[in-house]
Design a protein around this ligand. Structure first.
Ligand code: RNT
Ligand code: ZN
Length: 424
């Protein structure tokens, strides 16, 4: 049943009074929230499949488990599914595209041959919807990545192939930024690593640094394209050694002034990326987040509203970093409706940002500065039961997206009318 509009408004008014008592201006919080885009990852829509056919399946240690029916098989289907998800998420957001989702007209275009023309439908679609695009070279699911090495490969020709792919990816990112009038973040993640203890940890890292320097040689205006590099602790098949580890890329990003990508699933299970934001931003103007949820390992579960997510959002908001932190999602769950997976994760990201924007930061910091840690803890705990849900409902209503669980019946309708008709 559709929620009652006047009840939503009444609850919101009461909530505003309650927040005003803490010195929080809800209207201002909602104005800021409307300016923060979340970049939805295209790869949730088809289990990281892409639209090429090199016949090697998902590689790079990435695993999407489940076989829920109805996954997108073509770019048009994927765009349709994304339109559906975007219509259920309040605010204006972005799409994060991987290179192997290009449209190659049935031709075998290898990764070192991709060009902006292969993404022209994506660009036209984004323009029409008024959303920005982000981009990623695809350095996996390819015969030349089959032995687990790409930019750090010992074979110069293979390294060169992936260097060319990444150079072209930056050019595509630039074309996207130009066409859409908003910079594209082009993020490099490579799977390079070893299952067992390496004899040489040094040479692949030296080669990776050299490959990256070659890729980034050509200066590109940050108004069009921003380069990001994504570290990882371990992967399936790279349990003992990952060439592009956190320390490697932190050093690389700081010394070359590139964006560092913090993926929530890429650290030890008890380590959270929220604490890394203020570290990286001491030395870098901007960073990228891959908001994900690891369950015991980098399992890329759908993002839920847990303490990790709330901590990430508060570090962005409380420190005034909304313009310096690019927020992307990165998970892939093939065991539930894929449109719902996008919607749940993205709505949670936006909801976490809202909760952070409703925090009386000045009050908390005042208590801390006065050495009154009792008040700090008491307030932190009391804030957890403030009526943010009423503000969230009001925001959804104001942005013309379903309130509460009402979005689910729309996804069920879409499943029946569209997804169920797809045969794999
Ligand atoms: C892999 C990285 C990377 C990928 C995408 C598909 O562990 O998180 O960001 O998930 O490139
Ligand atoms: Zn990631």
């Amino acid at each position: 049943m559709k929620k009652n509009k006047s009840n939503i408004e009444k609850s919101h008014t009461l909530a505003c009074e309650r927040y005003a008592g803490h010195g929080v201006d809800v209207g201002r919080a909602l104005d800021i929230l409307a300016t923060v885009p979340v970049s939805l990852h295209c790869w949730q829509g088809d289990d990281v499949g892409g639209f090429e056919n090199f016949g090697c399946g998902l590689g790079g240690g990435l695993v999407a488990t489940g076989n829920y029916p109805g996954k997108a098989r073509t770019p048009d289907e994927l765009r349709g599914d994304l339109d559906e998800a975007f219509s259920l998420i309040p605010g204006k957001h972005r799409l994060n595209l991987h290179a192997f989702y290009g449209e190659f007209g049935g031709k075998r275009v290898d990764r070192n041959e991709i060009a902006p023309e292969h993404y022209k439908n994506w660009i036209a679609w984004a323009k029409k919807s008024g959303i920005g695009l982000d981009f990623n070279p695809t350095c996996f699911s390819h015969p030349k990545a089959a032995d687990g090495f790409t930019l750090s490969h010992r074979d110069k020709a293979i390294r060169q192939f992936w260097i060319e792919h990444c150079i072209r990816s930056r050019e595509i990112g630039t074309a996207m930024g130009e066409a859409l009038g908003k910079p594209c973040v082009t993020n490099i993640w490579i799977p390079d690593g070893m299952k067992d203890t390496p004899a040489d940890r040094q040479s692949p890292r030296a080669r990776l640094a050299e490959s990256l320097d070659t890729i980034f040689k050509k200066p590109i205006s940050p108004t069009l394209n921003l380069d990001a590099v994504e570290p990882k602790l371990f992967g399936i098949g790279s349990e003992s050694y990952v060439v592009g580890s956190h320390e490697f890329y932190l050093g690389y990003a700081v010394s070359r002034q590139k964006l560092l990508t913090l993926d929530a699933g890429h650290y030890h299970p008890t380590e959270s990326i929220s604490d890394k934001i203020t570290c990286a931003l001491q030395f870098l103007p901007e960073i990228l987040l891959h908001v994900s949820r690891g369950v015991r390992w980098d399992s890329d579960h759908v993002v839920i509203l847990n303490d990790d997510l709330l901590a990430i959002a508060r570090e962005i908001v409380a420190n005034g970093f909304v313009n310096r932190v690019h927020i992307g999602l990165d998970y892939f769950d093939a065991s539930i409706n894929r449109v719902a997976a996008w919607t749940i994760g993205a709505r949670n990201m936006v909801r976490a940002l809202l909760i952070a924007l409703l925090e009386p930061t000045a009050k908390l910091r005042g208590a801390e500065a006065a050495g009154d840690f009792t008040t700090r803890l008491a307030l932190q705990e009391e804030l957890k039961s403030l009526p943010f849900g009423a503000v969230w409902d009001f925001y959804c209503e104001a942005r013309n997206v379903p309130v509460g669980e009402d979005w689910l019946s729309e996804v069920k309708r879409y499943e029946k009318d569209v997804l169920a008709k797809r045969t794999q």
